[in-house]
Design a protein around this ligand. Structure first.
Ligand SMILES: C[S@@+](CC[C@H](N)C(=O)[O-])C[C@H]1O[C@@H](n2cnc3c(N)ncnc32)[C@H](O)[C@@H]1O
Length: 290
């Protein structure tokens, strides 16, 4: 059985395993019905009446029908993670595509190939899970007084959603991946919160002084990203921005970096997350101090 790992994902395989498991039966809809049934679409849109960037789920569907359709079709709405309060469209072992090597997706299915070419947004990473858990349990003091909160490398957007649920006024979820930005909007709408979405590469810009808090979930997986991220965070810290970061111990979490981090919380990871993440068994939440 494949294990999800960053290396694995970066090769753009989507992994193997069994077909539909009984876990999926818990959901009130079936995969086939997801997009084919008008009633399901209607009920989802009615359920997600919140505004996200001025959009209801219905409007997100109208603006990006093909990408939304591919996300609906190939993911499931899951609460099977460390923050079951938050529902997310995720590519899980219950989804057939999870078991299909990327290369075998037919060239004719161009939309699937584009949407799942870099499927980081379709996974809820341990760093994001621990950070969102921390926010939901202990984050009131961190964000309730904050006007502007920024989740960089937001992926599925769970940390941004957790910040919003915890009481942050304005939350921006930033990710350079176009599909991630759409998935974030869909997930925010699903959870009836308003999260703004930005696709700029902020790491190559001067950090904005008005941001009160920055969250970073599982961004230390890539050397190039880490080497742009850390100096950028230093500048943001000099502006007085508070920075919270979570990581299971990826190679970007160097000894040098650890010296600048204050441990706030240590989470033991559930077995399913360990399996998908090279056996990492804990994930720490830190404050970036210097
Ligand atoms: C490993 S995923 C983590 C996602 C999410 N934070 C979580 O923990 O579930 C990293 C994410 O960072 C995004 N990313 C990579 N470089 C970025 C950059 N320079 N600015 C913003 N996002 C970036 C990727 O597109 C991807 O969605």
């Amino acid at each position: 059985m494949y294990r999800f790992s960053v290396e694995f994902l970066s090769k753009c395989h989507v992994s193997c395993g069994e077909a539909w498991s009984s876990r999926f039966a818990r959901w009130t809809f079936t995969k086939k019905s997801l997009f084919s049934q008008e009633s399901y679409k209607r009920s989802l849109c009615e359920k997600c009446t919140c505004l996200n960037g001025g959009n209801t789920m219905d409007e997100i569907v109208r603006q990006e029908p093909k990408i939304v359709r591919a996300i609906f079709h190939h993911t499931e709405i899951s609460r099977d993670h460390m923050t079951p309060e938050i529902q997310l469209f995720l590519l899980t072992p219950n989804c057939p595509l999870y078991h299909v090597p990327f290369q075998t997706i037919s060239e004719e299915d161009q939309m699937e190939r584009n949407v799942f070419h870099e499927p980081f947004w379709s996974i809820y990473w341990p760093g994001g899970q621990a950070l969102a858990r921390f926010l939901l349990d202990e984050g009131k003091g961190l964000v309730s007084t904050s006007r502007n909160v920024l989740d960089v490398g937001a992926g599925c957007g769970a940390v941004a959603i957790a910040a919003k649920l915890t009481g942050a006024m304005k939350v921006v979820a930033n990710d350079i991946n176009e599909v991630a930005c759409i998935a974030i909007s869909m997930n925010a709408a699903l959870n009836r919160v308003h999260v703004e979405v930005s696709r700029e590469n902020l790491l190559y810009e001067t950090p904005v002084k008005s941001v009160d808090v920055i969250f970073i979930g599982d961004m230390l997986y890539d050397e190039e990203i880490s080497s742009a991220l850390i100096p950028w965070l230093e500048k943001a810290r000099q502006n007085g921005t508070r920075i919270y970061l979570s990581d299971p111990g990826r190679h970007g979490l160097t000894e040098d970096l650890k010296k600048r981090l204050k441990i706030l919380k240590r989470y033991s990871l559930p077995e399913s997350i360990r399996k998908e993440n090279h056996g990492y068994d804990t994930c720490l939440v830190y404050e970036f101090c210097t």
